[in-house]
Design a protein around this ligand. Structure first.
Ligand SMILES: [Zn+2]
Length: 369
């Protein structure tokens, strides 16, 4: 039977996904479409700062004159405002999208995000997208001389007046914006790349294609903590810490297996009581509960296509169970007693950072159909 790991502990925290990209890479368009399509919260940092000013909050009062002078708000203040918004949203969300942060390495230090998605476009594309953009000064309609040209030469189709080029879209300004991007973003990229949390999406493609690629990435993140979270795991009965007590050889070669790890001592005990590799996870749990009097620590419910495990302790706190020391083995699922066998890297399916030691953790394994 194959089981799929599908739930996270109840105190699972929302993942923060930040978008970076050169000017003209489509961050605004793509994130807004995703917010509507997936109904997930999106923080647009520019809008958030303006909102804060309008509401007249303490921070808003601090930044109002800075914004009025057209200056850049200090990283510390921006970080504080964004953090405040995140804490409001994170209770109800699995993921939160962030557009416009981090903009500087300092910001990336002040507020650490979980993933960074970069919409990757070449410099040529940036120049083409931005410097050929024109707007109608009256109705604000946006044109592109190559892709959405006006019917008549540089005149608004509706207002029939001459289109203008925004200051930000002028070649010199675009050059400057790109230069700033390279200086500020490169260290941020490196930071997240080194921890495998930078996801690069080819944004040369159509908006629909980019949205769909990002959507798939978000789904993966929502499904769990790490990109490979949705792997199917075979549940091996058994006792990874005490695995060699039950399986003298061979078992360690099995990859992609979750095993119930109860520590070597309990493993030996179970073996003496006749546990074997053909037992189901439920039988193992019953044995733990009934024979080893650990019923208070485990609860298992088998439904039609799900097995629900509730585990009340975790080896983050070195609590003794039934007189047996729980080994402090690396635990991928909430620091509790589920262990992994060799060759499955912890990061492959570790979604669970925020388990509170000793708190109940619920895990549902869904049978693969
Ligand atoms: Zn117009």
């Amino acid at each position: 039977m194959k089981l799929k790991y599908i739930t996270k502990p109840k105190n699972f925290m929302a993942k923060i996904i930040a978008f970076i990209g050169k000017p003209g890479s489509g961050k605004d368009t793509v994130t807004k479409i995703l917010r509507e399509k997936l109904k997930i919260p999106l923080i647009v940092v520019g809008d958030l700062l303006r909102e804060e000013v309008e509401k007249g909050t303490e921070l808003g009062k601090k930044i109002a004159p800075i914004i009025a002078r057209g200056e850049i708000v200090q990283d510390e203040i921006v970080a504080e405002i964004v953090k405040k918004k995140i804490s409001e949203l994170k209770k109800d969300a699995k993921v939160i999208l962030l557009n416009g942060y981090p903009r500087t390495p300092k910001q990336a230090e002040l507020l650490d995000v979980d993933y960074v998605i970069e919409l990757v476009v070449s410099d040529e594309t940036v120049f083409e997208r931005l410097t050929l953009r024109r707007v109608c000064p009256k109705c604000k309609r946006v044109y592109h001389l190559k892709h959405i040209p006006p019917k008549e030469d540089e005149l608004c189709d509706v207002c029939k007046i001459k289109l203008i080029q925004r200051e930000d879209d002028k070649e010199e300004v675009v050059k400057y914006r790109l230069k700033r991007f390279y200086n500020e973003i490169e260290p941020i990229r490196e930071k997240y790349r080194s921890r495998n949390a930078l996801i690069e999406i080819d944004a040369e493609k159509s908006v629909e294609e980019v949205v769909s690629a990002v959507e798939k990435t978000i789904e993966k993140i929502q499904g769990g903590g790490r990109m490979k979270m949705k792997m199917i795991y075979r549940v091996l009965i058994g006792l990874s810490a005490g695995i060699d007590a039950i399986f003298p050889s061979g078992a360690q070669d099995i990859v992609n297996s979750i095993s119930i790890s109860v520590g070597r001592e309990i493993g030996k005990e179970l073996k003496e009581r006749g546990a074997n590799k053909d037992m189901s996870i439920k039988e193992i749990f019953n044995m733990l509960a009934e024979e080893l009097k650990l019923a208070d620590e485990f609860e298992i419910a088998e439904k039609e296509n799900e097995i629900e495990l509730k585990i009340k302790f975790c080896n983050v706190c070195p609590k003794k169970v039934g007189g047996y020391p729980i080994r402090k083995t690396a635990c991928p699922v909430g620091g509790i007693i589920i262990g992994i066998l060799k060759e499955v890297k912890e990061e492959d399916y570790s979604p669970v950072p925020e388990l509170i030691p000793g708190e109940e953790c619920k895990i549902i394994l869904r049978k693969e159909v």
